[in-house]
Each structure stands twice: as C-alpha cells, then as structure tokens.
Ligand binder design. Structure first.
Ligand SMILES: Cc1cc2nc3c(=O)[nH]c(=O)nc-3n(C[C@H](O)[C@H](O)[C@H](O)COP(=O)(O)OP(=O)(O)OC[C@H]3O[C@@H](n4cnc5c(N)ncnc54)[C@H](O)[C@@H]3O)c2cc1C
Length: 606
C-alpha cells in the first residue's frame, strides 16, 4: 500500500515539474525557469533543441541556453511517457534521485528525455532538476518504417512480369547506374549500425570494407576470443541476439551474425573494397571518392556524405626505439600478428601491456612459445567477470533495452566521471587478490585519471587497460615473464639487453604499441586541410562531449562513428537523424560554421 502511495507521489512530483517546465519555457522571462534547476545541474541535449549533442552545466548557463533555442525548436507537450519505465527512485553516481522518462514534441519532430529530481535543501519541498536530457527520436514526416509503420509496399508481388524482391535487392546493392547518398567506410559494428539506421530512414547507403567477407573484422582476431561485455548490452539496432545465446559471444558466432544482419536489414555492403580517399566539391556539395576492389579494378563515386566507421584504431603507432634495428629476429606490429603456431617452441617479447599485448602474449603462450611481456607504462587490470561488467549493470536490472539506452544517454560527463570513480573503487576491491599478486611480480598498476577507470581510458585515449581473461594469472604464476621497458638498456641481435647485463633472448618482438588517432587517418585519406578543418577526433572537448563523434564536423558531409556496441547502437540513431535532416534540407551540413540561412534555421545569432 505504502509502495503504491510512494509511486503515485513520485509520479505526481514528476508531472508537476514537467508542467512547470513547459509553462516556464513559454513565459517571456526566466523567473520560473530559474526555480526549476539546482545551481549545479546539467542539461544534455541530443539534437532535440540544439541540433547538436552538447551538455550545459550550471543553472545560469542552462537557462540561457534553453532560452536561446526554445524560440526555434518550440518544445511542448511534456509528459511522462506512458509505455516506458515508470518514474522511480534510483541511485545514480552515489546520489538518490527520482528518475523519469518523458516525451515531448518540437518543431522538428518527436522527442524523449530523462529527468532526475533531487530535493531542494534550501527552499520548500518541491524537488529541482539535477539532470535533464532532451533527445530527438523522430523527424516529422520521416518516421522509420518499423512496427506499426512497417512498409506495406506489395508492388513486386502484384506485377508477375516485374522484378521480385530479390531482383530489386540485387539491383539496389550493385550501384550500376547510380551512386549512394551516403558511403559508409568500414563494416564493423559502427558501420552496420549507421547503415541500418539510414536504410530505415530511406537514405540510399552503401558500406565498403576492405575485408574479404562480412564479419572478418572479428573472424580474423585471435582464436579463443569471446566478447568482453555480456550479450544483453551488445545488441545491434533493430535485431536482438536470440535469447538462447551465451552471455559472452564467441567471435565467429558474432561474425556470422554480422552476415545475417546485413542480409536481414537489407544493407548494401561491398566486401573486398578499399576506400582510397576523397575530395570534396564545395559547389556540387558532393565527394569524389576512389574505391579499389580486391581484383584491382576501381570505381569512382560521388556520394553526398561519407561516414567513417573504421574503428578508433587507425594507423599503427610504431615507437621510435633506435636500437630495435639491431635485432635480427622478426618484428611485427600487433596489427600484423596472426599465426601463433609459427612461434611454437620459440621465444617472444611482447612490448605493450594493453589489451592487444596481453591477448597476443596469451595466444603465443597457448601455442607453446616462451613469452615475456614488456611493460612500458602503468596499466589498469580488471577481471573480465564480474568487475568489468559493473558499468553495464543497468542492462540486467529490468528496464527494456530502449529505456536503458536512454538512461545511459542521459548521464552527463560530470556524473559519468563520479559514477566511474565509484565503480573503479568497487572493481579494485573485488580484484584485490589479483592486483596485489601482480604488484608482487613487479607489474605497474593504475586506475585512470583521478581513479575514473577503464571506461574513461577508452573514451580519452582508446586503451591503457586489460580485461583479464587469463593472461594476468599466467603472469602471476610466472608462466609468462614480465619485465619493465625501463629495465631494457637496448636491443641487440639476439634480443633485449637488460640493464643488469643479461640478454633476454627472442626470435620475435611484437610491438603492441597501439594506434595513432583517427585524425592521422583523415589526413591520409582526405588531406591535411580536411584534417585541420575537422580537428581532433575522440576524447572529450570543452562541451563535455566526444570530439567530432556522431555529429556534424567542420568538414561538410564528413561524419564519424565508433565505440562499443552500446555506443554504436545508441548514437547511430542520432547520426542517422542528422544525415536525414541534411538530406531533407532541414540542417546545414557543416557544424562549426553554418551558413547564414543555417544559422537562422538553428536560431543562432547572425
Ligand atoms: C577481445 C575483445 C573483446 C571485445 N569485446 C567487446 C564487447 O563485448 N563489447 C564491445 O562493445 N566491444 C568489444 N570490443 C571492442 C571492439 O572490438 C571494438 O570496439 C570494435 O571492433 C569496434 O568496431 P568498429 O566497427 O568501430 O571498428 P572495427 O571492428 O575495427 O571495423 C572497422 C572496419 O573498417 C574497415 N576499414 C578500415 N579502413 C578501411 C578502408 N580504408 N577501406 C575499407 N575498409 C576499411 C576494416 O576492414 C574493418 O572491418 C572487444 C575487443 C576485443 C579485442
């Protein structure tokens, strides 16, 4: 009875706040609006009001920014979303709050959001907003053809002489006499996600990938690989993995699913096709790109948009170690390492202690090589289970996937940092025996900047951590050797010459030294001017968001998508909506310097 009364009171509190918010937005001054947010609150907007992904923090800034956009976006109709998780008390980043999913409309379409209310300690009893998310779900007149809006087109079953579904699909994917509106470079989870979204939005899209077969980006990884995150957080858009699948998906099973996904979602996908680069024609607002097929033939195309989905690991990072040229054995970058069997009974040094370094060391060890891991800098180690699963706990707590995704989207950077400091501390305690044993072996540990852990290492530098699937145990047991790079005086013909005077003999040195940032790839494929126009990619910018990811960039028609399955699933939706809006003439194609008409449309000062 009490629980029911509590639920009703939570719902009423949320309804009251939303009603006040709508009234405040309509009022000419900011008096009411300023009473609805805490001084240290956060508003994250994902396209709904700003056509950008941005976070604004602090009462004054929020009020100013909301006011700058309501005139154009005309948000209205705020109400609790009836089909979604009901408003409830939760703990986020260590703070107890009421959390509610709501819906609304804007001049552009339909949106949904998440409101978190916490008590106002100073004034009265009405709680104020601690965090607010507003996000765009659908453009007016461009609903996805899904569920009740699924396509009813039966023409190909009525005209017996005409092309059937297969004929149409084959022709669509061949691009004999047309070019796609969007070219997606890379057909991993990022490329598949955005291509599926765009296809649903009826934007003509082609994926190209240099690999011979769909799924090879997983198939070609090491033999024993299973995914690190649980299946329930790893779905691609629209098509869930079957509920019978194991908690951790093996790489070849995932690769086969990618093939099935492309088939089922009717994606146009060219395998064995290298994207060699492109030039932008400002007048025509199109790219000229060159594609090279595996048989050496070329195809020129003129798409309006290019989405780079090539992974955050672009060009191999080869460290400058002058004495390495003395070594007479084989040197491979981790990206070139493939055949562990070739090293059976041989000695190997693996330089670098991130995921690749550990995985390759374990792979070589399993094939009978004598392996030593060389640590260059401190590394975060997390047991893959249960510790590494902590950030995804929400996905096993009950709310449907769409609600979990929206809740994840609603966490502003400041809260995410706080939350990850708590999770890192929790993981550190859970993994204490392993971490202590590693330190005893001389392994140098860290836990990220300010203890923010592996997720922030991934989001800021794309590495610097390892989920222990066995290699750390092998190091602790002394099965895999460990030396610090600083203890190596230099490399000689036979291996590494240690400062102690000993030589660590090797037949193979693997440089698991990571990759250069995506901006290097951009400059190689599009030239330095485009790279300069776009600027740094990935890592957080001043606006508390990942730089140049999922949004318009300084280069018209050039977009980026990368990240985990969850990130790709979530943000492909918003990237798809922006490209659709550009195609519909609703949105200027460039982010940093919209033209005068675009600025007017976006409600920005001229
Ligand atoms: C052991 C292990 C477990 C993992 N577990 C998980 C997990 O559970 N969940 C999770 O979210 N992530 C996991 N990851 C991380 C995951 O691998 C990466 O996040 C993922 O591969 C990134 O996908 P992507 O589509 O961005 O890039 P990629 O998978 O790297 O795909 C990029 C594609 O672009 C193609 N390409 C690049 N350049 C060109 C070009 N010029 N022309 C044509 N094609 C090109 C490549 O051939 C490639 O197929 C795991 C990684 C490892 C190693």
């Amino acid at each position: 009875m009490l629980a029911k009364a509590e639920k009703a009171s939570v719902a009423t509190t949320v309804d009251n706040w939303l009603a006040q918010f709508e009234r405040a937005l309509a009022e000419p001054d900011n008096i009411l609006l300023a009473t609805l947010f805490h001084a240290d609150s956060h508003w994250r907007d994902v396209l709904a009001l700003t056509w950008d992904i941005r976070t604004v923090s602090g009462l004054d800034a929020i009020v100013k920014e909301l006011r700058a956009h309501v005139g154009r976006a005309r948000p209205a109709g705020f109400r609790t979303a009836p089909q979604r998780t009901v408003p409830r008390q939760v703990t986020r980043a260590g703070t107890r709050a009421i959390e509610a999913i709501f819906q609304f409309e804007t001049a552009d379409g339909r949106g949904s959001g998440v409101l978190r209310l916490t008590p106002d300690a100073n004034h009265g009893t009405a709680p104020k907003a601690w965090t607010l998310l507003t996000s765009l779900d659908e453009l007016s007149g461009a609903a996805e053809q899904a569920g009740r809006s699924r396509s009813a087109d039966k023409s190909y079953s009525r005209d017996f002489r005409g092309p059937n579904w297969l004929d149409l699909r084959t022709a669509a994917a061949a691009y004999v006499d047309r070019d796609p509106a969007v070219l997606v470079v890379g057909g991993g989870q990022a490329g598949l996600s955005i291509a599926a979204r765009l296809t649903q939005l009826q934007v003509d899209t082609l994926i190209v990938d240099r690999e011979a077969r769909i799924g090879d980006n997983w198939r070609n990884r090491y033999h024993a690989l299973v995914l690190h995150n649980q299946t329930l957080a790893n779905h691609l858009p629209y098509m869930r993995f079957p509920p019978t699948w194991p908690s951790y998906i093996p790489k070849d099973k995932l690769a086969a699913w990618f093939e099935a996904y492309v088939e089922s979602m009717e994606l146009n996908y060219w395998t064995g096709t290298e994207f060699e680069g492109g030039r932008y024609d400002e007048q025509a607002e199109r790219w000229s790109v060159t594609l090279r097929h595996a048989d050496g033939t070329q195809r020129e195309m003129r798409p309006r948009h290019i989405v780079m989905a090539t992974g955050v690991s672009g060009i191999p990072n080869l460290p400058d170690i002058p004495t390495l040229r003395n070594f007479r054995g084989t040197i491979l970058h981790s990206s070139q390492y493939a055949d562990s069997e070739a090293w059976r009974g041989k000695k190997a040094l693996v330089i670098g202690s991130g995921t690749s370094g550990h995985d390759i060391a374990q792979d070589l060890y399993s094939s009978g090589a004598k392996v030593t891991l060389v640590q260059r800098s401190s590394t975060m180690i997390v047991n893959v289970e249960p510790s590494a699963q902590l950030p995804y706990a929400l996905y096993s707590e009950g709310p449907p996937l769409e609600d979990c995704d929206l809740i994840m989207t609603s966490i502003p950077l400041a809260l995410a940092r706080k939350s990850h400091i708590l999770l890192t501390e929790q993981a550190r305690n859970m993994d204490r025996p392993l971490l202590d044993a590693l330190e005893r072996m001389g392994f140098k540990l860290d836990f990220g900047d300010d203890g923010t852990g592996w997720q922030f290492k991934y989001l800021t530098r794309g590495g610097g951590y390892y989920f222990n699937v066995g290699c750390s145990d092998l190091i602790v047991e002394g099965e895999i050797g460990l030396v610090q790079f600083s203890d190596i005086a230099g490399f000689v013909a036979e291996g590494a010459s240690m400062r102690t005077g000993d030589t660590l003999a090797a037949d193979l040195i693997v440089l698991a030294t990571g990759y250069k940032g995506l901006e290097h790839q951009v400059s190689g494929l599009f030239g330095d001017d485009v790279a300069a126009r776009v600027g740094p990619i990935w890592g957080f910018g001043d606006d508390q968001e990942l730089r140049n990811m999922f949004v318009r960039t300084g280069q018209p028609g050039l977009w980026f998508i990368a990240g985990s399955f969850a990130q790709c699933r979530i943000y492909s939706k918003y990237l798809g909506l922006q490209i659709k809006a550009c195609e519909a003439g609703l949105l200027p194609r460039v982010h940093a310097v919209p033209d005068a008409a675009g600025r007017a449309r976006l409600g920005l000062s001229q």
